[in-house]
Design a protein around this ligand. Sequence first.
Ligand code: GLN
Length: 211
Amino acid sequence: MARPRVGVLSLQGDFARHGAALAGLGAEPVRVSRPEQLRDLEAMIVPGGESTTMLRLLEATGLRAPLEAFVRSRPVLGTCAGLVLLAKEAGELPAPTLGLLDVSVERNAYGRQVDSFSCPIQVPALGGPFDAVFIRAPRIRRVGAGVEVMACASDGEPVAVRAGLAAGLAFHPELTPDRRFHRWFLTELAGLALPAERAGAATAQGSGGRA
Ligand code: GLN
């Protein structure tokens, strides 16, 4: 069975770990830093990092318009800064966001790098709790009609949302060995078929057959 080719925006940020997560699940990760690399991809991940830098680099590389066109018709997962890029409103930034998810986010609203934390969140779509790592995470302050909240933090604030073929997470699923969010994205949201996962690549939690 062919491995689905899944792009990871690789201008800056945590693209390598997303690539490893995809490879572990049997997909073929493709680093995207130039427009032509979007060709023949089934889906895209926009990683965490620094949204201001990524927006500047999107303009500088000429990737912005083709990426915008891609994510309007194909599955996309944005994590942390990636959620900022997908959001409709995210405050002052050097360029407009892609505006795909009708949410308003407040950048860095969980505090500074030293205030990073992880906590279990309940994710019904994954069948239970998921350990979420928050690093200078955006807070989702408004969720528009038509956007589904997939998970909330213990304070009741949404931390994972989806609408159509787009999903956005305030946290970093690539920083824990649990691959259920990546698998959910590939199989449930993107509808991709995965070849057998690489032996040992998934954790017990991540290989429980819950996809
Ligand atoms: N604070 C960053 C931003 O707004 C996001 C941090 C992250 O991706 N870990 O771009």
